[in-house]
Ligand binder design. Structure first.
Ligand code: FAD
Length: 556
């Protein structure tokens, strides 16, 4: 049975309900996905449930960089920088179409966070810890060279620049590809299933989950030997259900990104720059848009519904206008945004920005293992640590010997590609096909950098739709995402499978009704469900483009 088709949802739930698993994972963000792949590839029988869509939590709201975290050097987090720095090249190798080399420009300004010597030293250590080689090593630039690379930078305070290697990604697509790869190793993962409670044996050890199907309200159980909670910002809520929320706990901080059309902030180059309050933020050009972020503020609101507010927007717009004075952005330039929560570990007396980004594993007396903190970039190593812990218990119980972690050898879906240049060559090939089909050349890059070689399937299917080619493309993508990527709702499709909500929000309206019709036909929605889903996606578009309803009236 195809375990990745939402059309098989009922049968997938039957399998979750009827089988016995070695490991059940709560949470389908990057951490849970990484754990499912690591565990399944070592030989464990794995179930993973996600209460919303995969990556709908923090894992679709990051800065979307696979980076070593230069700023953590200032906090002397050497171990963290070394680990995530080294992971960058590995994750790039596993999915070159999803993790793309991206040079970062760090302008040196009067009164900036690090002076010239400090920046040079920090970048040198950064390269050394991450094992960066040859032409990828950092370069220090003069003010003129810096300005040539990025002419929009203000020159009155510019002293020079640092130019160094990072990678960018699409966090949600990376998560989905890991979920898909875990399925190849037999893991059964399902979205829209909430872990409501734990099942315990007579010695009060966790032996399963009682689950709620969020799609139809039905309940079922998952029976297993071990449970890992990778619930990100919800980790403490789950520990509370297990009555094991003692000792260390989470501290949530909100991070916001704004999206503007590329022509309003026409950067040639990704830039990591100083904000007058002493923090640093990114501005990253990406096809039709440039995005800017992030903020870092303590959060105690609703963790299921995080919105950008005017204060967040003001902070980021002011920072951009300060560093790129010729653009003068305002609210009306913002076409989309996203806000997410960092599940950090509380430390007495430290501010949001000072808190460590290191991951931590909590073990409850009931046997529940929880993991929180960490970075998108470090997902593979976090997974290795958690599964090592499970493997130890498995082996101690005399269940056999598991393989060692080898996820550094497991290519993610969409490839294989030997390196970034091979992806670009493939995009050239696809470019001819899309132009022949009547689509703009840029569609080739959109497809290849989202789906890799799976683009071929989408282009093949496109021919079977009689519609205008733009609509036909969306319908072919939807077919692929429903059948191969467990897409159940329009927001899954527009936000986490295609990235359109953030990177090309204007592309949604012209295809919306055809996409909704296809959903209705595939899943047999009633007219009431159709209207509900339509209004949900419209609300999501509205919220992305308007900060807490301050820019304009709500749609009726
Ligand atoms: P999540 O993605 O939040 O996943 C947890 C999941 O658990 C959620 O999907 C949730 O729905 C699910 N869940 C909760 N309760 C239940 C339940 N009862 N039953 C079933 N499922 C449940 N890292 C980088 O490496 N690079 C960056 O550029 C970067 N930028 C960032 C920028 C911002 C603003 C933020 C906030 C973070 C950034 N990070 C970055 C960090 C990174 O995004 C996170 O470390 C990572 O996404 C956390 O993933 P996770 O899987 O642990 O949590």
């Amino acid at each position: 049975m195809n375990l990745l088709s939402s059309a098989n949802r009922k049968a997938i739930i039957e399998q979750l309900d009827n089988q016995h698993f070695d490991l059940a994972v709560i949470g389908g963000g990057i951490t849970g996905a990484g754990i499912a792949l690591d565990a399944a590839s070592r030989g464990l029988k794995v179930a993973l449930i996600e209460k919303n869509d995969f990556a709908s939590g923090t894992s679709s709201r990051s800065t979307k960089l696979i980076h070593g975290g230069l700023r953590y050097l200032k906090q002397l987090e050497i171990g963290l920088v070394r680990e995530v720095g080294q992971e960058r090249a590995i994750v790039h190798q596993l999915a070159p179409h999803l993790v793309i080399a991206e040079k970062m420009l760090l302008p040196l300004i009067e009164g900036g966070t690090l002076g010239k010597i400090g920046t040079n030293l920090a970048l040198m250590v950064y390269d050394f810890l991450a094992g960066v080689e040859s032409e990828d090593k950092r370069k220090m630039l003069s003010a003129e060279e810096t300005k040539t690379l990025e002419p929009l930078l203000r020159d009155d305070i510019l002293k020079g620049g640092g130019f160094y290697a990072e990678y960018r990604t699409d966090d949600a697509r990376l998560t989905i590809e890991i979920i898909k790869k875990a399925a190849e190793y037999g893991a059964i993962s399902l979205n829209y299933v909430k872990a409501e409670n734990f099942l315990y044996d007579e010695s009060q050890k966790v032996k399963g989950l009682s689950c709620l199907d969020m799609d139809n309200g039905e309940r079922f159980n998952i029976h297993c030997d071990y449970v890992v909670s990778a619930a990100g910002p919800w980790v403490d809520k789950i520990r509370k259900v297990d009555q094991s929320l003692t000792g260390k706990h989470l501290f949530l901080t909100k991070g916001v990104h704004l999206v503007v059309p590329h022509e309003r902030l026409p950067l040639r180059q990704s830039v990591y720059f100083d904000v007058p309050d002493g923090r640093m933020i990114f501005a990253i050009p990406r096809h039709k848009i440039t995005y800017i972020g992030t903020t870092d503020t303590p959060y105690d609101g609703d963790i299921n519904h995080i919105l950008t507010n005017q204060e967040d927007a003001d902070y980021l717009l002011k920072a951009v206008n300060n560093m790129f004075p010729t653009v003068q952005l305002n609210n009306d330039d913002v076409i989309s945004s996203w806000a997410g929560l960092r599940p950090l570990i509380h430390e007495e007396g430290k501010s949001a920005s000072e808190l460590s980004r290191k991951d931590e594993i909590f073990e409850s007396p009931t046997g529940l293992i929880s993991i929180a903190g960490g970075k998108l970039t470090g997902y593979r190593k976090m997974a290795e640590r958690v599964v090592d812990e499970v493997a130890e218990r498995y082996e101690a119980a005399g269940k056999g010997q598991l393989q060692a972690c080898h996820t550094n050898q497991i290519d993610l879906g969409g490839g294989p590609f030997d390196h970034g240049a091979a992806v670009e060559a493939y995009a050239q090939q696809v470019s001819q096909q899309v132009q022949k089909a009547g689509l703009p050349e840029s569609t080739a890059r959109y497809l290849v950098y989202n789906y890799g070689k799976q683009s071929a399937q989408i282009l093949e299917d496109l021919r079977s739709y009689p519609d205008d080619v733009v609509v036909a493309l969306a319908r072919a993508e939807l077919k692929f995402c429903i059948e191969k990527e467990l897409t159940l709702k329009p927001a899954d499709f527009f936000s986490r499978r295609t990235g359109r909500l953030y990177f090309d929000i204007q592309s949604i309206r012209p295809v919306l009704s055809a996409v909704l019709d296809d959903f209705q036909n595939t899943f047999g929605w009633t007219q009431e469900q159709y209207e509900q889903e339509k209004s949900y996606i419209e609300q999501s578009m509205y919220e992305a483009a308007n900060f807490e309803y301050s820019k304009m009236a709500k749609p009726s």
